[in-house]
Design a binder for this molecule. Structure first.
Ligand code: COA
Length: 334
């Protein structure tokens, strides 16, 4: 039994935060942001909505595309670091909103690698024969944990969600083929939220110290990200007897255009083999990969049998890659 993607949808909020807007908020400029990151604008969700809102919108699009009732789902996995609340899970909120009445679900906190982690675990539920239909969502409202007075981080992040439906197939030539995932807590000090967890619960002082925002020391993250994504991707290709020519599309986590370019170069890929939309959305953490995949599918750029490689790097550190063969023809309208 193999796991194939049978539908993919995404949601981005309408409200745009451009580089020109950020120039009015912190000491930065469009030229610096574009040359250092490749980002031109991001989407920002309304203050009164949480991550589950975007997750539900993306999931509904995937269900509609497939013509599937939410009742048919066995499992919902939501990859996120910005759950609506500490508990219950965002998956529970999504289940209720979709009226998916025959499933269980959980959240997966894997930082920017969260979606790849969720896809790998979902595929194994299907390969085992235990489940037939799994909704995998990557969704983050990064604006909720971003300090818009910190120019080091506020230029990077945005809000979005993407969702795929994974189903079982007997066709041995399609679907999730292989993956490599890693975690190393060595990276914990470079990208984290200082307070609000059980180690340092929220107090007036922690809020005053602005410790509930994302903190990042960008340089070490940058270096490790290129290495982690390129190494796991190259190993996956090699151990599956594939060359860079065989790959239709690399869908990398969108954290920085320079990181994406460096990974593409190391893998000897042409520009048209690399999915890029960071210019329009910034880093949407767990949402970047399904969002980019959804856009490429909508454009009609993918066909059955295409080899696709997902690769990501994020807080933890976590990193890894997943190789699959595309199982859908044509394109989907939004
Ligand atoms: N506008 C203008 N100047 C800025 C700035 C901004 N928004 N942000 C930082 N700078 C300044 C810095 O203060 C520094 O000034 P200094 O030399 O006087 O101290 C200078 O620009 C260079 O900063 P630096 O941090 O060295 O830039 P960089 O080239 O490393 O780029 C990041 C910074 C964050 C874009 C980059 O490190 C990065 O993308 N890191 C990885 C991000 C990532 O992958 N995160 C998520 C993983 S999921």
């Amino acid at each position: 039994m193999r796991a194939i993607i049978t539908a993919v949808g995404h949601y981005v909020p309408e409200n745009k935060l451009t580089n020109a807007d950020l120039e009015k908020m912190v000491d930065t400029n469009d030229e610096w942001i574009v040359t250092r990151t490749g980002i031109r604008e991001r989407r920002i969700l309304d203050k009164d909505k949480g991550t589950s809102y975007m997750a539900v919108c993306a999931a509904e699009k995937a269900l509609n595309q497939r013509g599937m009732s939410a009742d048919e789902l066995d499992l919902i996995i939501v990859a996120t670091v910005t759950p609506d609340m500490m508990f219950p899970t965002t998956a529970a909120l999504v289940q209720e909103a979709l009226a998916a009445n025959n499933c269980w679900g959980y959240d997966l906190s894997g930082g920017c690698t969260g979606f790849v982690c969720a896809l790998s675990t979902a595929s194994q539920f299907i390969e085992s024969g235990r489940h037939k239909k799994v909704m995998v969502i990557g969704a983050d409202k990064m604006s909720a944990i971003t300090n818009y007075q910190d120019r080091n981080t506020c230029i990077l992040f945005g809000d979005a969600a993407g969702a795929v439906i994974l189903e079982a197939t007997d066709d041995p030539d399609l679907g999730v083929k292989d993956f490599i995932l890693r975690v190393d807590g060595f990276g914990k000090k470079y990208l984290y939220m200082k307070a609000g967890g059980s180690l340092k619960p929220a107090t007036h002082q922690t809020v005053e110290n602005e410790e509930h925002y994302l903190y990042q020391d960008g340089k070490p993250v940058f270096k490790q990200a290129i290495n982690g994504m390129a190494t796991t991707s190259a190993t996956l290709l090699e151990r599956n007897n594939l060359s860079s020519h065989d790959l239709r599309l690399l869908v990398p986590h969108q954290a920085n255009l320079r990181i994406i370019d460096a990974v593409g170069k190391k893998l000897k890929l042409n520009p048209e083999q690399v999915a890029i939309n960071i210019d329009r959305y910034g880093n949407t953490t767990a949402a970047t990969i399904p969002l980019a995949l959804s856009e490429y599918y909508q454009q009609g750029d993918l066909k059955i049998g295409d080899w696709i490689l997902f690769t990501a790097f994020g807080a933890g550190f976590t990193w890894g890659s997943l190789l699959m063969r595309w199982a859908l023809n044509g394109s989907a309208s939004d």
